[in-house]
Design a protein around this ligand. Structure first.
Ligand code: AMP
Length: 204
């Protein structure tokens, strides 16, 4: 099964992708992590993309499509993969479709995680605080504002592409982490099915 997790920065894509990898053996492919590894290694690619990432802009479609094409061809993706952070533009979505079509495979489900903006700012602030000195350069309010603008302008237009294919599922990303996992499993027909309604704990 091949899955895409979509949603604005701070929506919880990475957390949920890691859980799906652990539970179901689908390989998590985070293009943000791949790019940060390239920057940390000091490679030519890393040098080329560092300023772009730090500013909250998008790396070029050419680079990203090549990166994903090489990655999904590797053996550890044979059981399926979860794309976390790709595609981020309509051109990337179309290129992905073409590359999968060549090998007779496809995207089975696209999960869009919806979270209020105010909550995204809170989460990114918390993530930066928890990371301390190793916080991401793009995890601050100013760059988040930029990244949200990029998401709305360039990534959100990808949603109708998948809606038209009948594979788009909306996930309430404001729910607790466990509830979000259950919603995702329900949408994918895995695990315990649809998320049960949450009941407040005594005294809350
Ligand atoms: P993320 O960790 O997914 O938030 O990605 C961090 C940054 O990496 C983004 O703000 C972009 O600068 C870059 N990036 C990650 N994935 C992509 C992509 N698919 N296309 C373009 N840029 C990307």
């Amino acid at each position: 099964m091949n899955i895409i997790l979509l949603g604005p920065p701070g929506a919880g894509k990475g957390t949920q992708a890691a859980r799906l990898e652990e539970s179901y053996g689908l390989k998590q492919l985070s293009t943000g992590d791949m790019l940060r590894a390239a920057v940390a290694s000091g490679s030519d690619l890393g040098k080329e993309v560092q300023a772009i990432i730090d500013a909250g802009d998008l790396v070029s479609d050419d680079i990203m499509v090549r990166m994903i094409e090489q990655r999904i061809a590797q053996d550890d993706c044979a059981k399926g993969f979860i794309l976390d952070g790709f595609p981020r533009t309509e051109a990337q979505a179309e290129a992905l479709d073409t590359m999968l079509g060549k090998s007779g495979s496809k995207i089975d489900a696209v999960l869009v995680m919806e979270v209020d903006e105010e909550e995204l700012f809170n989460r990114i602030e918390t993530r930066a605080k928890e990371a301390g000195d190793s916080a991401r350069a793009d995890d601050n309010a100013e760059t988040l504002r930029k990244r949200l603008g990029v998401y709305k302008e360039q990534t959100a237009p990808v949603l109708p592409f998948y809606e038209a294919k009948g594979v788009l599922h909306k996930i309430d990303g404001m729910a607790s982490m466990d509830d979000v996992t259950r919603q995702i499993e329900g949408a994918l027909g895995l695990g315990g099915g649809p998320a049960p309604r949450q009941t407040a704990a005594p005294g809350m």
